[in-house]
Design a protein around this ligand. Structure first.
Ligand SMILES: NC(=O)c1ccc[n+]([C@@H]2O[C@H](COP(=O)([O-])OP(=O)(O)OC[C@H]3O[C@@H](n4cnc5c(N)ncnc54)[C@H](OP(=O)(O)O)[C@@H]3O)[C@@H](O)[C@H]2O)c1
Length: 299
């Protein structure tokens, strides 16, 4: 039995989709089964909350390998720790853990990188065999600009002229599924990226071509970005964590070249930005509400 947590999220949902119809039983831990969106004869649903001990015991029972993911939040290491403890108690032999590029519990300049380092620490200290997935920035983050792209033809951010190595979260999920299926990935840490690094100016140019209209990138100060995040309803801690992450990339503290991980592990090329934009063209043309479902905000 394989367990997928975070199964309604960007990456967990993709892990589940990759495992659908495979000759292996899979369990999805979800808070709300109506949000799952993936169904197959080999997938069973375990409804529950990671903060609830009984839910965790039920979800991890009889599991050989588990995919751990949670939302980007100050509590993500706590969520992972709870899962790791439940996995250990249930005798789970392997974990595939969604972390992020730059994970480092000792780094001083970006608390989100510390949180990711603390996530990785939970498995290291438990002594369970683990595969760490360290993706770069998800293309899905760009959907948060869909409304301003649709209405003003603008992406605005404090991103300066630095290069960002995006990856489609579904490619991260595809790597995660392979790591769950194949125990030889245990003990590895994978930097999961798309196939190129782009400035936001270049992102805007690519989007312009796909959407058939001019999209401009406008550089704004961190303080202006803070105001926009405040207006979106994000909490103060998430706003500062997000600004720090952006600054870490803009100032090249996180500076990751594309890797071959997606191709090597899944056998497929990672999705390009153009492919992503084409798939989500309607959203970029018509806009989408900026919705903060919890304390989560783009990185
Ligand atoms: N965005 C990026 O560019 C980026 C880059 C590198 C790394 N990362 C890392 O990737 C992770 C986020 O992955 P994602 O985008 O796939 O997440 P996501 O789309 O935000 O989904 C989070 C998932 O966790 C579930 N969850 C949250 N709290 C839970 C709880 N108490 N009990 C059970 N399930 C719970 C959510 O369930 P509900 O549907 O019920 O809310 C959802 O399925 C973060 O650790 C982030 O640091 C992100």
């Amino acid at each position: 039995m394989l367990l997928v947590t975070g199964a309604t999220g960007n990456v967990g949902r993709a892990v589940l989709a990759e495992l659908a119809h495979k000759p292996v039983p899979v369990r999805a831990l979800v808070r709300d089964a109506s949000r799952l969106g993936v169904a197959a004869e080999n997938i069973e649903i375990s409804t529950g909350d990671i903060f609830d001990d009984a839910s965790l015991r039920r979800a991890f029972e009889g599991v050989e390998a588990a995919f751990l993911a949670s939302a980007f939040s100050p509590r993500m290491a706590e969520l992972h720790l709870r899962c790791v403890m439940a996995a250990k108690a249930a005798g789970v032999s392997r974990i595939v853990q969604l972390s992020g590029v730059g994970a480092d519990k000792h780094v001083c300049c970006a608390r989100a990188l510390q949180w990711l380092g603390q996530i990785e620490n939970t498995t290291q200290e438990a002594g369970i065999r683990v595969t760490h997935l360290r993706p770069t920035f998800f293309m899905q983050n760009l959907l948060r600009f869909a409304s301003s792209i649709a209405q003003q033809g603008v992406i605005a951010g404090p991103f300066r002229s630095s290069k960002w190595t995006f990856v489609d979260a579904r490619d991260v999920g595809a790597v995660g599924a392979q790591a769950l299926l194949n125990p030889t990935h245990a003990g590895q840490a994978y930097t999961v990226t798309g196939n190129e690094s782009l400035t936001y100016q270049e992102v805007a140019e690519r989007l312009s071509k796909v959407l058939g209209k001019t999209i401009r990138y406008t550089d704004i100060t961190a303080n202006e970005a803070r105001g926009r995040l405040q207006a979106s309803g994000a909490s103060p801690v998430m706003i500062e964590a997000t600004l720090e992450m952006w600054d870490a990339c803009a100032s090249k503290l996180i500076n990751v070249a594309p890797t071959n991980v997606v191709k090597e592990i899944t056998g497929k090329e990672p999705r390009t930005l153009e492919e992503f934009a084409t798939e989500y063209k309607t959203l970029f043309l018509e806009g989408a509400p900026f919705a903060l479902e919890s304390d989560e905000v783009m990185r």
